[in-house]
Write a protein that binds this ligand. Structure first.
Ligand code: TXA
Ligand code: MG
Length: 322
């Protein structure tokens, strides 16, 4: 199969046609690129698992054009869902709700809950609204690999396996959405993301729990994930400084502290200091490091602060061995 690169200006009708015919199309969102299929077409959705090499019991997020569409996909919708929708949608928040009776098990991995999100990317908004689509879409990467934040990165993993990718430019946020579970007595953040548990708690006026590491037993929540091909090691500043003095010559170092500037090689990269900028560039930087000459990647550990929870969560999984 030849994967077409579609223009976000002129080719959205074609993209919508492909989706309606049951084909897979990678789509830009503000977080990362998604691998979309018509969420009402179980055969098309099944194709996502084949293209990604992802286990079939891992549930998918359904992307909608408008918050009011959640009524078609969920039941027993709590007030909290409407409050969060008003505050954060369109945007990088996925809500887990009780699924509507007619939603296919292929989408939810057989679970009784469903993940729903209204993405903010203008191209994705236009695609979903103008063509009245709902698309199931995981991140557009082969299973366990880095999530893509550009068309180049999507093609590196899925070229020849999907019908098309819409070029929506580089993703603004760069890390996957926050996942909040609204189906239990407690409101729980299951995946740290761009919207923090504190921000959610503020809107709801109640406590929101957020496990440091989201170890809730949901399929798809695996310890090894978001992985570059080269081995990745993460060291705090002092450890990195001492190891660099006898490092292999071809180590690629992604550092934060200015103290490393003086010894930096052309293959090294200084990461941004601000959390939002760091998040935007993290997957891209690991992707670029993978493409360069070098045996392994060493990364300076970012601040261990609540506001960096999503970055640190992804990095733990990116370096997990086994
Ligand atoms: O930002 C994002 O969320 C991106 C863009 C494309 O929207 N999507 C994304 O999808 O990250 P994916 O499939 O790579 O990650 C979704 C995570 C998986 O870990 C999955 O297990 C979990 O969400 N998930 C989805 N539905 C669920 C459900 N009903 N119950 C528990 N976990 C669920
Ligand atoms: Mg993913």
């Amino acid at each position: 199969m030849k994967t077409q690169v579609l223009s976000s200006q002129t080719d959205l009708a074609l993209a919508a046609d492909l989706l309606t015919q049951g084909q897979l199309v990678a789509v830009p969102t503000e977080t990362v690129y998604g691998l979309a299929a018509d969420a009402r077409n179980p055969a098309a959705v099944a194709g996502i698992f084949t293209a990604k090499g992802r286990p079939a019991d891992h549930p998918l997020i359904v992307h909608l054009g408008d918050a009011s569409d959640i009524r078609q996909w969920a039941q027993d919708i709590p007030d909290t869902a409407w409050q969060l929708a008003a505050a954060f949608w369109p945007g990088p928040l996925t809500m887990l709700l009780r699924k509507a009776a007619d939603v296919s098990d292929v989408v939810t991995g057989g679970l009784s809950t469903i993940g729903l999100r209204v993405p903010a990317h203008p191209v994705m908004q236009q695609l979903l609204r103008d063509y009245q689509l709902a698309v199931a879409a995981p991140s557009a990467n082969p299973y366990k690999k880095l999530s893509p934040t550009s068309v180049e990165h999507v093609l590196a993993g899925l070229d020849g396996k999907i019908a098309a990718v819409i070029d929506g430019g580089d993703c603004d946020v760069g890390l996957e959405s926050t996942i909040v579970d609204l189906t239990g007595a407690e409101v729980q953040v299951l995946r740290a993301g761009p919207i923090s548990a504190d921000e959610i708690a503020l809107v709801l006026g109640r406590e929101v729990s957020s496990p440091r590491e989201h170890n809730v037993a949901v399929p798809g929540n695996v310890k090894a994930h978001y992985q570059p091909s080269k081995p990745l090691s993460i060291f705090n500043t002092a450890e990195l400084a001492s190891r660099l003095s006898h490092a292999p010559a071809d180590v690629i170092c992604l550092y934060l502290s200015p103290v490393f500037q003086s010894m930096a090689k052309p293959s090294w990269q200084q990461m941004p200091e601000q959390k939002a900028d760091y998040a935007r560039t993290l997957y891209r930087s690991l992707f670029e490091a993978d493409k360069r000459q070098g045996s392994e990647i060493w990364l300076e550990q970012p601040p261990q602060l609540p506001s960096w929870a999503d970055v640190n969560d992804r990095l733990r999984r990116a370096q997990h061995k086994g």
